[in-house]
Design a protein around this ligand. Structure first.
Ligand code: NAD
Length: 244
């Protein structure tokens, strides 16, 4: 078992489910002390912090609570996010603003609140969960894609702004991942089993990506092993971007 996170502390948003929970679990297994900020936070072994990323006051309180509990903060995994289907004809302005508030401004709020603590760390890293939707031109995902495109450019801008603070900023671009979110989408289909089979068939590897596979990429970017990596994106998409 590797222990590259020994002595380090991490805050994972959206840590109550899916990719966030898999990441929190992996970082903890490798020695980190981990806080999970979520509207439905998990309990032990994590420090569960109930907060909504759209609420700046609750974010500030949660980030400060994590830093105080651990005596500092080294890693932020900005992962909380929601999906949105539709073309530009389908989503009204208030839905655009709601999704952008969670998926983009939510990451800004968390990172902004964490900055003073990260500046004090000698292993500071932020990893944002982006998506292949940021660059792929997926049909029927205009709002979601725009939100993730913003996460990608935000990642690059933050990396440039904070390189001299010693804070590395990167993102992961998952393809279709087998998380409770995707499970809910499949359950809503008329024939969930056939829908899953069709979804798997569209993947070059013939299967969905697991939350754990994405967690491993996040862990690399967050850990001292990724010490020369900043301002980049790692795709964990079963070949979706490169092979299709
Ligand atoms: P999930 O629904 O399983 O988990 C998301 C978590 O975020 C939940 O615990 C939820 O409570 C939390 N959350 C949602 N809104 C929140 C808010 N306003 N404040 C605080 N917490 C909030 O989803 P997942 O599949 O694990 O997705 C996690 C991230 O991965 C998202 O940013 C998503 O865009 C991205 N992603 C997922 C996939 C996929 O196929 N599952 C693909 C690409 C990118």
């Amino acid at each position: 078992m590797s222990t590259e996170f020994e002595g380090l502390t991490a805050l994972v948003t959206g840590g109550g489910s899916g990719i966030g929970l898999a990441t929190a679990t992996l970082l903890a297994e490798r020695g980190a002390r981990v806080a999970c900020l979520d509207v439905n936070p998990p309990g032990e072994p994590f420090l569960g912090l109930k907060a909504d990323v759209t609420d700046d006051a609750s974010v500030r309180t949660a980030v400060a609570a994590a830093a105080e509990h651990f005596g500092g903060l080294d890693i932020v995994v900005n992962n909380a996010g929601i999906g949105a289907a539709g073309t530009i004809a389908d989503n009204p302005d208030d839905e655009w603003l709601r999704v952008l508030d969670i998926n983009v401004v939510g990451m800004v709020r968390v990172a902004r609140a964490a900055l003073p603590y990260l500046r004090q760390s000698s292993h500071a890293a932020i990893v944002n969960t982006c998506s292949i939707a940021a660059t792929a031109g997926l049909p029927n995902r205009a709002l979601y894609s725009a939100s993730k495109g913003a996460v990608l450019s935000l990642t690059l801008a933050m990396a440039a702004d904070h390189v001299e603070d010693g804070i590395r900023v990167n993102c992961v671009n998952p393809g279709t991942a087998d998380t409770p979110w995707v499970g809910r989408l499949l359950d809503a289909a008329t024939d969930p089993v056939a829908e899953r089979a069709a979804l798997e068939q569209r993947q070059p590897m013939g299967r969905l990506v697991s939350a754990q596979e994405i967690a491993h990429a996040i862990a690399y970017l967050a850990s001292p092993l990724g010490s020369a990596t900043t301002g980049t994106a790692i795709a964990v998409d079963g070949g979706m971007q490169g092979l299709r």
